[in-house]
Design a protein around this ligand. Structure first.
Ligand code: ZN
Length: 215
C-alpha cells in the first residue's frame, strides 16, 4: 500500500503578478489589463494563466455563463473597428490580445481541456495520450468499444451514445470532486478516462451519422 499523497492546492488562484510598465507612456499597468489606465493605449498580452486572463477563479468547476460574459466583454473592447484609426502597432497588439483571449476561452470552456490545463498548472503531466496503463480503464474502454463496434443499427448506436454521454457527465463530476479535495492522482486518472470517453462519444456520433447516411 502506498501512502496517499498530500492534498495539492490545485484550485488555489495565484496572486496577480506585479504591475508592468506601459509600452507607450511607461505608467504602471496591471498584468491582466487590456489598456493602460494612464494613456488608454492597448497593452500586449502578459504571461498570465488562462483563469487570470479571463478573470475567473482557478478551478475545475466553472460558471460557464460568467465565463462567456467576461470573454465577450473583453473581446468587444478589442474589436478591430475600435482600432481602425490607431497605429499599426496598436492594431497588432490588439490582435495578439484577442488571440490570447481566444486561447484562454477555448481551454476554460471545455471540461477536458480545462482539467488537463489545471493538471499542467499544478506541474502534473497527464499520462501518455496513446497508451492506457490502468488495467481497469483499459478493460472498460475495450468493452465499450466492442459494444459500439457491434452496433449496426442507428438505434443501437444511439444507445451507445446515451451511455457514453452519461459516462462523460459522471467522469466530470468525479474529476470535480478529485480537484476539490486536492487529490491529484485521482484527478489525473479521471481526466485520462474523460479523454477516452469523449473520444468514444465522438466516434459513436460519427458512426451514427454514417449509418443514417447509408440508410
Ligand atoms: Zn500608458
Amino acid at each position: 500500500m502506498s501512502t496517499p499523497s498530500a492534498p495539492l492546492a490545485i484550485e488555489t488562484s495565484p496572486a496577480l503578478p506585479p504591475p508592468v510598465a506601459c509600452w507607450s507612456c511607461a505608467g504602471p499597468v496591471a498584468a491582466d489589463a487590456l489598456f493602460c489606465a494612464t494613456c488608454r493605449v492597448v497593452q500586449p498580452p502578459r504571461a498570465i494563466d488562462h483563469f487570470v486572463r479571463l478573470g475567473m477563479p482557478r478551478g475545475f468547476v466553472v460558471d460557464v455563463r460568467e465565463l462567456d460574459r467576461r470573454y465577450f466583454a473583453l473581446q468587444r473592447q478589442l474589436h478591430p473597428d475600435r482600432f481602425a484609426t490607431r497605429s499599426p502597432r496598436e492594431r497588432a497588439i490588439s490582435q495578439s490580445q484577442a488571440v490570447s483571449l481566444n486561447e484562454a476561452y477555448e481551454v476554460l470552456k471545455a471540461p477536458l481541456a480545462r482539467a488537463e490545463y489545471l493538471l499542467r498548472l499544478a506541474g502534473l503531466a497527464t499520462a501518455d495520450e496513446n497508451t492506457i496503463r490502468d488495467p481497469e480503464l483499459l478493460m472498460e474502454q475495450m468493452e465499450r468499444r466492442e459494444t459500439l463496434d457491434s452496433a449496426t443499427r442507428p438505434a443501437e448506436v444511439e444507445t451507445c451514445i446515451g451511455a457514453a454521454v452519461a459516462d462523460v457527465m459522471a467522469a466530470e463530476s468525479d474529476i470535480a470532486s478529485a480537484f476539490a479535495r486536492g487529490d491529484a492522482p485521482a484527478a489525473a486518472k479521471g481526466t485520462l478516462r474523460l479523454r477516452y470517453l469523449q473520444k468514444l462519444v465522438d466516434e459513436a456520433r460519427a458512426r451514427h451519422a454514417r449509418l443514417i447516411a447509408a440508410d
